[in-house]
Write a protein that binds this ligand. Sequence first.
Ligand SMILES: C[S@@+](CC[C@H](N)C(=O)[O-])C[C@H]1O[C@@H](n2cnc3c(N)ncnc32)[C@H](O)[C@@H]1O
Length: 276
Amino acid sequence: MTDDYDAQKDGFESYNVWIAANRARLLRERCAAARRVEVIGQCELYLGDCMEIMPHLGKVDAVVTDPPYGIRRDQGMGDGGHCGKTGKKRKASRYTGSWDREKPAGEVFDAIVDCGKHIIVWGGQFFTDRLPPSGKWLWWDKQQTMPSYGDGELAWTNLPGEACRKFTYSLNGMIARSETGLHPTQKPVPLMMWCLSFLHHNSSVLDPFMGSGTTGVACAKTGRPFVGIEIDETYFDIACRRIEDAYRQGDMFVSAPKCAEQETEQFGLNLGEVAP
Ligand SMILES: C[S@@+](CC[C@H](N)C(=O)[O-])C[C@H]1O[C@@H](n2cnc3c(N)ncnc32)[C@H](O)[C@@H]1O
């Protein structure tokens, strides 16, 4: 036994682990479609197909998600290029899966819209044939310096109001770069925390296309209950580890942007917004 052993703390942690394991077992019994269920803090994470799992879940306050766009981003950007010396083709990517061959069917978006009151869908421009018209779009300005890449990304929302909102966050800095690379379409945590700032502070959030768990990390950091679903076990494991780390860092409630409406730039008409 070491000097800094704290029996009370150890007992409390063991109790929490026991509660989480029991809760995961009960959720797994309720949802046979899940290949695994993990409970980490206020997050419930399901391994499996969201279309099979969503019908077993209760309603949430909000869905914040980033579905496959159907544009073959599953292996990352670019094709790897060629080796300068040998001229041989380089391996295209270190990523797994082929999840971005097709975008989800219309029924998936119907199920998503049914699940929660407020919905934010990244890659919204790819799904305009599957989602109703909306005036309230979110725009991530990546401050892109590579001319061949896009300037940013768009999210469709059903949030109240008509004003589009912009969040500027470059992936070129060292810190930002170290935050990505686990998933070919990994979103930055500050971007997802900005999305959450449009919702009530205690809203429960579902991400049915969780990937490496960025939405879950943002929820863990801001003390929101989260439900995540991911079909690929490699990314599911990464999500579990990142969410555990987010809780361990213990900076809950500290780094969330205060109010998205104040910190962002408006480039649409604001026709009398109502608080969500
Ligand atoms: C665009 S990525 C999400 C990336 C995420 N925003 C992040 O920051 O890591 C979409 C994810 O949805 C997963 N996926 C695809 N079809 C699915 C399905 N039917 N059910 C659950 N997950 C699915 C893919 O494996 C992929 O990891």
